[in-house]
Write a protein that binds this ligand. Structure first.
Ligand code: 5GP
Ligand code: ZN
Length: 116
């Protein structure tokens, strides 16, 4: 899949509507269209990276930035105190459906372990 065909690149570009809850020059965070928890956000880089299989040292700042913003969004959404989950599905076997790196921020209910 090329960036031109990528659903999340289209969301980043504003060609497909989404509810953006945070954005800066590096990343955006949107509400998941089919939430599986009371808080379900997707945090993604603006640039097209397929998965963690494609990252290298030049992406360290980007990946660290995503985690700091995730923690800040957890506080803003009042899920920090009870607890939340930040996860990144990688590849078909990891449950990744949209091939543009993204992190799920889930909270607002007690999450089970192990995942399915
Ligand atoms: P994955 O399985 O790739 O880790 O997660 C993809 C996520 O993207 C799913 O939770 C799915 O509900 C969400 N999603 C798919 N299409 C759209 C869309 O058009 N808009 C938004 N906001 N979320 C989407
Ligand atoms: Zn993309």
């Amino acid at each position: 899949m090329t960036a031109q065909d990528c659903l999340f690149c289209k969301i980043v570009a504003g060609d497909i509507p989404s509810t953006i809850v945070y954005e800066d020059e590096k990343i955006i965070a949107i509400k998941d269209i089919q939430p599986v928890a009371p808080v379900h956000l997707l945090i993604m880089p603006r640039k097209h990276i397929i998965s963690l299989n494609e990252v290298d040292e030049k992406d360290i700042n980007l990946l660290g930035h995503i985690q700091l913003i995730a923690a800040s969004l957890a506080r803003e959404n009042n899920i920090a105190a009870n607890g939340y989950r930040l996860l990144c599905n990688n590849g078909a076997g990891g449950g990744q459906e949209v091939l543009h790196l993204h992190y799920h921020l889930l909270g607002g209910r007690n999450l089970e372990w192990p995942p399915g």
